[in-house]
Design a protein around this ligand. Structure first.
Ligand SMILES: *Cc1c(COP(=O)(O)O)cnc(C)c1O
Length: 438
């Protein structure tokens, strides 16, 4: 949540690299501490009874309890909102919590949304299985043709969801076209920008309304903290058609306050704190917010090198005799190359897949033979990571869903780190030789 009492945003008008270091964090006013301190506190002393009452009524901005807001987390919220070009952000315990928060203010039991078939495996499970318990229903469609989305929209549809750069297949969504379809139906487009980060892609510039992040990945960048964020562009009109009553109609828990009327373009972000975090409870720990803030300070440098190393590895793999195909949007001839040039002109990211000859068994031998690569279920670390999705992240899905998500049996996912690129390639070379040896 943007701090209303903060001095004028010092980062306005500055370039991306300046904002990733300075946005949201001024020297601490009491001690002068230059880095954002970790406010390791659950609660905040009220000035008096009136002050307490006005905080609880949402009439005054300030801190009550760290399940709702915390100064270290607030600095991170302001920084992420700034880098995405959004109006406000809500940081929370994980990317999956951010996804719940991105639907929570307006979804009622029986409501629907349309999502891409090509999503992080955990998101497909969360949307398809767990959301059902809330009475929220997802229709998965191939968003490569935005008309598939239009056809899946019904009067109960409340949102459209895609990933800018999809995990794991190196697939890029046509954000501008999808935003148009969503807006024709009077609903927001939500874009998961985890894999691209705001350095490579800014979905709001193409019409998206909400951006979600797993900050666990490239934003934090060091594989040391789980965290999520939902960022609001502030531009979607939640009062346009009666579909978003949670935001436009009186909220009984706050004496009939209407979020849109009272908070304008901060309505979504205020609701996410005052109702979402308050009642669902996925608060981000201040310690993690500190680590994520520190990670973001080097985002541009890391993303440039991630992309450079990934491009070199993808090109090398394309010529390897053990490799069937490489799905990296930065390669010439890749079907998503044109979308990459439009939406991610600085690079195609560092996570991509390839098919190893010999299918499931060769894939398993390959991941076990790596020495420099870590065999684990994460992406976006400074370290190079390797995974066989069919046996891990996409294991809960049916074979058909796995294929649709780009995670078939022969598929290997790489997240290329920041090590010396010759060392990264040498490790894959020896592991591919070991996979062939049997
Ligand atoms: C990891 C990931 C998520 C889930 O985030 P967590 O922080 O693990 O909860 C969602 N979307 C994408 C694209 C991811 O990579």
């Amino acid at each position: 949540m943007a701090r209303q009492d903060a001095p004028e945003e010092p980062a306005d008008g500055y370039g991306f690299e300046t904002r990733m270091i300075h946005a949201g964090a001024q020297p601490e006013s009491v001690t002068g501490a230059r880095t954002m301190p970790i406010f390791q506190t659950t609660s905040y002393v009220f000035h008096d009874a009136d002050h307490a009452a006005s905080l609880f009524n949402l009439q005054t901005f300030g801190f009550i309890y760290s399940r709702l807001t915390n100064p270290t987390v607030a600095a991170l919220e302001e920084r992420v909102a700034n880098l995405e070009g959004g109006r406000g952000a809500t940081c929370c315990a994980s990317g999956h919590a951010a996804q719940i928060l991105s639907f929570f203010p307006y979804m009622e039991p029986g409501d629907e949304f349309v999502a891409s078939t090509r999503l992080y495996g955990g998101s497909i499970t969360q949307f398809g299985k767990t959301f059902k318990k809330f009475g929220w229903h997802v229709h998965f469609v191939d968003v490569d043709d935005p008309e598939n989305v239009r056809r899946a929209i019904t009067p109960k549809t409340k949102a459209v969801f895609c990933e800018s750069l999809a995990n794991p297949g190196g697939v890029i969504s046509d954000i501008e076209a999808l935003a148009e379809v969503a807006h024709d139906a009077g609903v927001p487009l939500i874009v998961d920008n985890t894999m691209a980060t705001p350095f490579l892609c800014r979905p709001f510039e193409w019409g998206a309304d909400l951006v979600v992040h797993s900050m666990t990945k490239f934003l934090g960048g060091h594989g040391n903290s789980v965290g999520g964020a939902v960022v609001d562009s502030g531009r979607f009109n939640w009062a346009q058609n009666g579909k978003f009553a949670g935001l436009s109609e009186p909220e009984p828990a706050y004496h009939g306050l209407r979020f849109v009327e009272t908070f304008g373009d901060m309505a979504f972000t205020m609701h996410s704190h005052a109702v979402g975090l308050r009642d669902l409870g996925p608060a981000l720990a201040p310690q993690n917010a500190f680590l994520l803030l520190t990670g973001i300070e080097t985002l541009a440098l890391r993303m440039e090198r991630h992309c450079q190393n990934a491009q070199a590895v993808a090109e090398w793999l394309s010529d390897h005799s053990m490799v069937e195909w490489v799905s990296y949007a930065g390669l010439p001839g890749n079907p998503y190359k044109a979308l990459q040039e439009k939406y991610l002109p600085k690079g195609a990211g560092s996570v991509f897949t390839f098919g190893v000859k010999g299918g499931y068994k060769a894939g398993a031998r390959l991941v076990e033979s790596c020495e420099l690569f870590s065999h684990l279920a994460n992406i976006g670390d400074v370290r190079s990571l390797i995974l066989h999705p069919a046996s891990t992240t996409h294991r809960q899905l049916t074979e058909g869903q796995r294929r649709a998500a780009g995670a078939g049996e022969e598929v290997i996912r790489l997240s290329i780190g920041l090590e010396t690129v010759e060392d990264i390639i040498a490790d894959l070379d020896q592991a591919l030789a070991a996979a062939r040896a049997r």
